[in-house]
Design a protein around this ligand. Structure first.
Ligand SMILES: [Zn+2]
Length: 377
């Protein structure tokens, strides 16, 4: 069995939005209250109470302190307290790793959640039913879905998480799926060169264009940000421009995500006959976080979302029975001639066309790199 999430947008009525806001509010309240209780116990030198103890305590206080929690499903605060336990677990795990010197970076001590940082969401468990165009949840009733037939029906559902982003509401259901061994592929070996100019160049000559979600909208975004920053703090107009800006960012993220999903699905070609699906896909292990530090490259790379591309390729290839080979970033895939193996001594990033001085091959730089990757398999 394997857990998998399916996320899609909800089409809510105003009453349902109000109910969801209440649920998210109670989840946030429970999380913050639990965090305060844990810190209190720690300050006194007592062991920190766990989610079950805290939920029992919360229920005892409910009638006097949090009467509004009767309006929401008990799952919302309960699951929030479980999230809090996990947040501490992750924190202590990282602290331990850091002591051993196996982790660098922030350990991420759990923080109080603020309404100002976003509505957030909540998780429900129990009787969850998925229909063609809707979803039935405890306490919230039937919620319409914007996309029909996306969520798997007749699946074993663990939980449903509802979240808000830039005024839109989403549900993600956690499904326990049987692992199905994919049909083995018999197709070619392909090399995929990820880049900035084109999103991906495949060794068989295919080119996947980059939507340039950010660059296209950058001017508009800059104007909006400026407009926003000139609004008085705490004013209604600032709130308005804040919403506008958030929608813009969300829109760009969606365009980017859509392009990545289409590209990775096209490469893996899950529904094609097995001889048309690649047997091995060779990718380069790019140092993305290192490249992001390069000022000249960072915007372009963040725009493309190279890490997300690799994440999607990894799980989609696994489901389609295609092997993924990641080669070292020190492999000189761009500098070597894919025809004869001649090494270009000083190829610049601005040289878009590769010209071999030995065999005279003239080829697009990215295509050359992709073909080199394919031969490495
Ligand atoms: Zn050559």
């Amino acid at each position: 069995m394997r857990k998998r999430g399916y996320k899609t947008e909800l089409d809510l009525t105003n009453e349902q939005i109000t109910a969801c806001l209440k649920h998210a509010g109670c989840a946030r309240k429970a999380y913050n209250w639990g965090l305060a209780r844990k810190q209190e116990a720690r300050a006194k030198g007592e062991p920190m109470p766990d989610a079950r103890t805290l939920h029992r305590e919360l229920n005892a206080f409910k009638a006097t302190e949090f009467p509004y929690m009767y309006e929401v499903s008990k799952c919302a605060p309960q699951e929030a307290l479980i999230d809090l336990d996990n947040a501490f677990k992750q924190f202590f795990r990282k602290v331990n790793l850091k002591k051993q010197g196996r982790f660098r970076g922030k350990c991420g001590y759990p923080k109080f959640k603020s309404r100002k940082k976003g509505i957030g969401g909540f998780r429900l468990t129990g009787a969850i039913h998925v229909f063609e165009k809707s979803l039935q949840l405890p306490r919230l009733g039937t919620l319409r879905l914007k996309e029909k037939l996306y969520l798997p029906r007749n699946a074993k559902i663990g939980s449903a998480t509802i979240t808000e982003q830039a005024g839109r509401w989403y549900v993600s259901i956690c499904v326990h799926e049987e692992v199905v061994e994919p049909e083995p592929t018999t197709g070619p070996v392909i090399g995929v060169d990820l880049g900035v100019k084109t999103l991906a160049t495949v060794s068989d000559g295919r080119e996947i264009a980059n939507p340039k979600a950010l660059r296209k909208r950058l001017k508009k975004l800059q104007r909006l940000s400026r407009w926003h920053s000139r609004k008085q703090k705490g004013s209604a107009n600032r709130k308005k421009s804040q919403r506008c800006l958030a929608r813009m960012h969300a829109r760009m993220a969606h365009v980017r995500q859509d392009a990545l999903h289409k590209a990775t699905a096209g490469l893996v070609a899950k529904n094609k006959p097995s001889d048309q699906r690649p047997a091995v896909m060779v990718l380069e292990d790019l140092n993305v976080s290192g490249m992001l530090k390069n000022r000249h490259l960072s915007r372009a790379i963040a725009d493309v979302g190279l890490s997300e591309f690799r994440r999607q390729i990894a799980y989609k290839a696994r489901d389609a029975g295609c092997r993924v080979l990641v080669v070292s970033r020190w492999e000189p895939s761009s500098q070597t001639c894919s025809g004869c193996g001649w090494r270009h001594p000083n190829l610049q990033l601005s040289d878009r066309v590769f010209m071999c001085e030995t065999c005279g091959l003239t080829i697009d730089r990215d295509l050359n790199a992709a073909q080199n990757l394919a031969t490495l398999a």
